[in-house]
Design a protein around this ligand. Structure first.
Ligand SMILES: Nc1ncnc2c1ncn2[C@@H]1O[C@H](COP(=O)(O)OP(=O)(O)O)[C@@H](O)[C@H]1O
Ligand SMILES: [Mg+2]
Length: 329
């Protein structure tokens, strides 16, 4: 008997990478799902294991997942999409007997609120000063330029430099903006996996040499204890169990500081897997209650990415009511 795993978000780079990783294991049967019948990752698995789901924002999303759990006798559900995670994380009981391989609702909520995140991580000494735009921001003695961005943003939407006091006073107050110290240095992404007790198993820093639609498509991993320890401290502060992507940027003094946490599989996962940390496979074992190593080492290695056309029969294409990608950034 194999373990039956459903991976959603099959149209995104993270979904594709998770599916590819899990297909290498002979002890798993991998089902792929997306809201869009044109999602490429659907066609990586055998035809009888392809599924359509409603959009994560749809009221029927969680009930539809739970129907799949029953019909396909699923043991594990992995979602690679933020909006889906938000919808399901408080309702994981409804997926029983399948297990949802995702961090706790609390970890997810603190990660998706950049103000709460900075406050939670203040004790690590690696969070920039962060306050709401308005009176709180006017009370801080900033070194200008400072930086402003939406408290709950994604995909770099709504980010801006705050050049001086006048610009600070002019910030709109109806966009949920936060103001923080400018981090003018190099930016890194660190893929982190923590075990069931919250202990960090691997933290793999990588550069984002080229970025397309918010996803790093070229870059390299690097051994840097300070980056690894900073990301691990953040993961521990938010009580991470499972996978997250911790983004760091150097401050004026060159110290790596916290930008944000994306509490899900990153689109650049193939690099981290090639470096020796097969996060999807570890996540499966972790949420199935199997032992995983206390520490997994990684190598320094680089990646570039190209597109590949997958040719399928016309009648293979699943017909979905919904098209296009959900917000995967
Ligand atoms: N404090 C900051 N100083 C300088 N640049 C920043 C700062 N915060 C964010 N940025 C820039 O804005 C981008 C998006 O911010 P981030 O916090 O990652 O939010 P998201 O990716 O969810 O939009 C970052 O990749 C970085 O380039
Ligand atoms: Mg970001």
């Amino acid at each position: 008997m194999t373990t039956r795993v459903l991976v959603t978000g099959a149209g995104g780079p993270a979904g594709v990478a998770v599916i590819r990783s899990l297909l290498k294991r002979s002890d798993l049967t991998v089902f792929a799902a997306d809201m869009d019948g044109w999602a490429s990752g659907l066609y990586l698995v055998p035809a009888e294991q392809r599924r359509l789901v409603p959009p994560g924002r749809d009221d029927d999303f969680v009930p539809a997942l739970s129907r799949l759990v029953a019909e396909d006798q699923l043991d594990l559900v992995i979602s690679t999409v933020d909006v889906e995670l938000l919808a399901v994380v408080d309702r994981r009981d409804e997926l029983a007997p399948a297990i949802l391989a995702a961090p706790s609702a609390e970890t997810l909520q603190v990660s998706l609120d950049k103000l709460a995140l900075a406050e939670r991580c203040a004790a690590t000494g690696r969070a920039p000063r962060t306050v709401l735009a308005g009176p709180d921001a006017l009370a801080v003695d900033w070194e200008f330029p400072a930086f402003a961005k939406p408290r709950q943003g994604a995909g770099s939407r709504g980010i801006r430099m705050v050049q001086d006091r006048a610009a600070l006073e002019a910030l709109p107050l109806d966009e949920g903006l936060i103001v923080q110290d400018l981090l003018p240095g190099e930016e890194y992404s660190v893929d982190v996996i923590a075990d069931a007790s919250g202990s960090v198993v691997a933290a793999v820093p990588r550069t984002r040499a080229r970025v397309d639609s918010g996803v790093a498509i070229a870059g390299r991993t690097l051994h840097d204890p300070e980056l690894q320890e900073t990301a691990a401290a953040v993961a521990e502060a938010i009580g991470l169990v499972g996978v997250a992507n911790v983004q760091l940027r150097r401050d004026r003094a060159g110290r790596p500081m916290l930008l944000e946490v994306n509490p899900r599989f990153p689109g650049a996962l193939p690099l981290t897997i090639a470096a020796g940390v097969d996060i999807p496979s570890l996540v499966v074992d972790l949420f199935l209650g199997k032992a995983i190593p206390a520490n997994v080492p990684f190598a320094e290695i680089a990646t570039v990415r190209f597109l590949e056309d997958v040719i399928i029969e016309v009648d293979e294409v699943l017909e979905s009511a919904h098209a296009g990608h959900q917000d995967e950034l």
